[in-house]
Design a protein around this ligand. Structure first.
Ligand SMILES: Nc1ncnc2c1ncn2[C@@H]1O[C@H](COP(=O)(O)OS(=O)(=O)O)[C@@H](OP(=O)(O)O)[C@H]1O
Ligand SMILES: [Mg+2]
Ligand SMILES: [Mg+2]
Ligand SMILES: [Mg+2]
Length: 389
């Protein structure tokens, strides 16, 4: 029983999951690691990697099939297709699990041309290793089966049992601009996030490359870029190059130690409608930070601070009514915490994912290295309390 699970665990760290059981045992015992969730991690990494093949092909094609949702936010054929592919892989391996996913099939149900376009993308998006493609269950049977699969993501969530959270494209606006975006997947058990994976096709592979704004103003071909971040609760966070087939080698990542908060680099949303950018200027001023913020779309912000490329992530509410969605934060929250960071909302509460599809009890996000989180939170509270929403 134990051996196959240990073999899967090592895929967190190496390209060759089955080649050295001895080194797995050493790594697992040295880090006091459990072998829990190794299969879930392995499948999640492959499912996200496959979904990014689809999103990249959509980005490189002219037709993005963009629709406007009821809240006026955009959704593209890439969002629908990536969601279908991820759910299909999860259902193949974990048919009993519930799924909370951002998108629903309604728009495709009403538009057979769009449905067929998405189905074409889904059948074309294959990992370049046939065995691994088969490991994910192979393709989806037909366009109608695809619609049913997309709608498997309608779970109401909650704090009971195993629930996956999927954001097939986080930062859809960034994706459309050629900026940052992330394919996001997390597993929660009884409301607690256990596994998190972020596929970021437009981030540099190297953890040490300085953080640069990528708002898409100079959209470049994403070839040669791309990183997969992952974490399992209690086992640390890792990054590896985003590939097209077999998983690449991974290595542990850590937040950068910050002794003087005034030297910190902070990240925030590109859209001023998603995070209050004038409040962040005031907070930076209070903390003595003179460097301008790095604006970047999506949970790439969480990944970037977890690998030490940036230091702080501030998401500051712009209005009283917006409630954050669990799929926008579940994977990133775990990856930052497992990399040694602390993540709370703007009132100092841990993000709580067990209340349904939204983070009903939280307001905004403050993510920072543990040693400076208290100081940053204090500045956030002072600025936000000066003008209640
Ligand atoms: N008003 C408001 N406030 C806060 N957040 C909102 C708001 N409206 C939308 N959203 C969600 O923001 C998600 C994208 O967040 P980002 O940090 O990537 O924003 S930005 O693109 O950098 O501006 C985005 O995720 P995607 O829809 O997956 O792109 C939305 O879920
Ligand atoms: Mg959206
Ligand atoms: Mg999102
Ligand atoms: Mg999305």
């Amino acid at each position: 029983q134990l051996l196959p699970r240990l073999r899967l665990l090592v895929s967190h760290f190496t390209t060759h999951p089955f080649h050295s059981t001895a080194s797995v045992l050493t790594k697992a015992s040295a880090a006091n690691m459990s072998v829990e969730y190794s299969k879930e991690l392995h499948i999640a990494l492959l499912a996200v990697q496959r979904a990014t093949i689809l999103t990249k092909s959509v980005f490189n094609s002219h037709a993005k099939g963009t629709l406007s949702k009821s809240d006026t936010s955009p959704v593209t054929i890439g969002d629908f297709g990536a969601q279908a592919l991820i759910i299909a892989a999860l259902q193949h391996h974990f048919p009993e699990d519930e799924i909370v996913a951002e998108e629903e099939a309604k728009d495709l149900n009403e538009n057979s041309q769009l449905r067929d376009l998405v189905y074409g993308l889904v059948t074309d998006a294959k990992l370049d290793n046939e065995d691994i493609e088969q490991e994910l269950g192979g393709g989806i049977k037909g366009p109608d089966a695809m619609l049913d699969i997309i709608d498997k993501g309608r779970s109401l969530g909650g704090n009971k049992g195993r629930i996956w959270a999927i954001d097939p494209i986080d930062g859809t606006k960034g994706f459309l601009r050629g900026g940052q975006y992330a394919v996001c997947l997390a597993l929660m058990v009884d409301g607690d996030v256990k596994v998190g994976v972020l596929g970021c096709p437009n981030l540099p592979v190297s953890d040490s490359e300085p953080l640069t704004e990528n708002t898409g103003a100079n959209a470049t071909d994403a070839e040669g870029k791309g990183v997969l971040f992952s974490a399992v609760l209690g086992e640390g966070a890792a990054s590896r190059a985003l590939g097209k087939g077999k998983l690449e080698n991974a290595h542990p990542i850590h937040m950068k130690p910050v002794s003087n908060v005034s030297d910190a680099t902070f990240c925030e949303s590109v859209e001023s409608g998603h995070s209050n950018q004038s409040d962040s200027v005031q907070i930076a001023l209070k903390l003595g930070i003179t460097k301008p913020s790095v604006r970047m779309d999506s949970q790439a912000k969480y990944g970037s601070i977890a690998r030490g490329a940036g230091d702080l992530y501030l998401r500051l509410p712009v209005n009283k009514n917006y409630v954050e969605k669990i799929w926008d934060h579940a994977a990133g929250d775990l990856i930052v915490r497992e990399a040694g960071g602390e993540v709370t909302d703007t009132e100092g509460r841990r993000l709580y994912f067990g209340l349904g599809r939204t983070l009903k009890e939280n307001k905004g996000v403050v993510a920072a290295p543990k040693e400076v989180h208290g100081k940053v939170l204090q500045a956030v509270k002072e600025v936000l309390n000066a003008h209640p929403l």
